[in-house]
Design a binder for this molecule. Structure first.
Ligand code: DX5
Ligand code: ZN
Length: 221
């Protein structure tokens, strides 16, 4: 079963609770929250304060994608704010194993994100610590960018690596996912599709989500 995780980045920030409600009532179970600090990526979004305020209005899994420097300094804040999954970038820390242990000690799920140019070997030796792997299919920082097709063989290679090791870790893909790209991404091995502009950028969220699911329907079964 393919899961869609809408990214709040493309929502209307002047009425976030309403925006979240619009997808939750459609049965969406995971909300992707993009935290950017203007250092690790050239854009700034929001921090734990906003996530804490949104937590009260939703029962969805809060999937917090940290695109920040020094993630180890902020893990606790995001967990206290209500994160259910904390995703950190392998490129943002020198001590990935320690950082993942820190996230697990906080009692939430831990995931690692890899930029398009970062090899899979960056996570090879921490796979047992992971609850999810996020492969970026754009260079992080902005919504509405074009999908990078070079990531498709990378998704396939990760799927193969996990199969060989007998690990059932979901593969999440983030960036440029829409009704035209979703099918190939799922065919390559993705389990969770993050979609910002393809969901919150569309007026009819029900239709937008259905279009994504339809694009993957014959592949993911
Ligand atoms: C990009 C973020 C994405 C972004 C995706 O840096 O990590 O989650 O919201 O937006 P779309 O789906 O529009 O490419
Ligand atoms: Zn993201």
């Amino acid at each position: 079963m393919i899961e869609i995780a809408p990214s709040l980045l493309s929502a209307d920030f002047s009425r976030l609770a309403e925006e979240i409600g619009s997808i939750e009532k459609l049965g969406i179970n995971m909300l992707h929250l993009d935290v950017m600090d203007g250092h690790f990526v050239p854009n700034i979004t929001f921090g734990p304060g906003l996530i804490k305020d949104l937590r009260g209005s939703s029962k969805m899994v809060f999937d917090v994608h940290l695109m920040i420097e020094n993630p180890e300094k902020y893990v606790r804040d995001f967990v206290r704010a209500g994160a259910d999954i904390v995703t950190v970038h392998a490129e943002a820390t020198l001590h990935l194993h320690r950082l993942l242990s820190q996230i697990k000690e906080e009692g939430v799920k831990a995931a690692v994100a890899l930029n398009p140019a970062t090899p899979l070997t960056a996570i090879e030796w921490v796979l047992p610590q992971l609850d999810m792997v996020l492969l970026m299919s754009v260079n992080p920082g902005f919504g509405g960018q074009q999908f990078i097709p070079a990531v498709l063989p990378k998704i396939k290679a990760l799927k193969q690596m996990l199969l060989e090791k007998g690990l059932k870790i979901p593969i999440q893909v983030d960036g440029g996912i829409n009704r035209h790209t979703a099918g190939t991404v799922v065919a390559a091995g993705a389990d969770i599709l993050v979609a910002g502009s393809a969901v919150f950028g569309e007026a009819d969220r029900g239709q937008a989500i259905q279009a994504l699911l339809n694009a993957t329907a014959t592949i993911g079964e």
